[in-house]
Design a binder for this molecule. Structure first.
Ligand SMILES: [Zn+2]
Length: 288
């Protein structure tokens, strides 16, 4: 955080320097476009493929073939979810929260992509429907579906609580789920768990101190977020022990609810001539 009383006196031209207008770091107009007309039309012909109910304070894995849709749905009560994605055939290609944030902003909605890690850097999934898109940004600067948080984890909790041992943080939930799905030992699976998309979570940065905040999610049963899988995906979703994240996480105090993941198949022919995005075109010579 910035000091209330800086050690360094402001220079004479401080106001002039502060008044420089910002520019967008990454204008996204030149990115490979998502065919949103086609993706939206696809929604009308979807048929159930598989589904899994993620229990409260637990995580589960799911597979989504390329060109299929997955839908994360609130059931029973307000609940946020922490989402990890991997290439189903190569766990080293995984969701890259930081670059997704740099490209699409702090909170995702329809038309935004979930980008994969270097050296792959390609869309893994595209948001095609969001029943909370009406929320926008509230008066606190908060919004839903952030890529600014990381995931609640037992290490940070241990430090903040002076030695606490809590095992149902999203990090541990995702670790157990990935271990169960792949057969990898826990400590190996843990290395593949990464910063998440915080589905339904309402977050922002305080305007005065720039601190990460959360507030009760506006999600209600029936709300959902839908994605088109751009490549074959292995996903993992944790129903966060923070519940709607109105008060705290990393404890069993919050009211928690399950989340439903539905995988849906497109109608025959709906994606004719569509192909998954190619691997990134950078030659990886790094100038040598
Ligand atoms: Zn969590």
């Amino acid at each position: 955080m910035k000091p209330t009383h800086p050690d360094t006196a402001a220079p004479a031209d401080a106001a002039e320097r502060r008044n420089i207008r910002p520019v967008i770091c990454y204008p996204v107009e030149t990115l490979p476009p998502a065919d949103m007309d086609r993706y939206r039309a696809l929604r009308a012909g979807l048929t159930p493929h598989s589904s899994i109910l993620v229990p409260a304070r637990e995580a589960r894995c799911f597979h989504v073939p390329a060109g299929h849709v997955f839908r994360i749905r609130s059931v029973e009560g307000p609940q946020v979810g922490d989402l990890n994605l991997w290439n189903a055939h190569d766990l080293s290609e995984r969701f890259y929260s930081g670059k997704t944030r740099a490209l699409h902003g702090t909170h995702l909605s329809t038309g935004d992509r979930m980008w994969s890690s270097f050296p792959h850097l390609r869309p893994m999934a595209t948001v095609i429907h969001d029943t909370l898109d009406w929320y926008g940004f509230d008066e606190y600067g908060g919004s839903v579906h952030d890529v600014i948080g990381t995931r609640c984890d037992p290490y940070t909790h241990n430090l903040l609580s002076h030695g606490g041992q809590y095992h149902h943080c999203c990090h541990s939930n995702l670790t157990r789920a990935l271990s169960d799905e792949t057969g990898l030992p826990l400590h190996v699976a843990e290395q593949h768990v990464h910063d998440v998309l915080n589905v339904f979570m309402c977050t922002g940065f305080t305007r005065d101190t720039g601190q990460y905040f959360m507030k009760a999610s506006p999600v209600r049963p029936g709300d959902h977020l839908e994605f088109l899988a751009e490549i074959d995906l292995l996903g993992a979703l944790s129903a966060c022990p923070g519940g709607d994240c109105s008060a705290e996480h990393s404890s069993d105090a919050a009211a928690c609810h399950p989340l439903l993941v539905e995988v849906l198949a497109p109608a025959p022919g709906a994606l004719d001539s569509w192909t998954p995005p190619p691997a990134n075109g950078y030659d990886r010579s790094h100038g040598r």
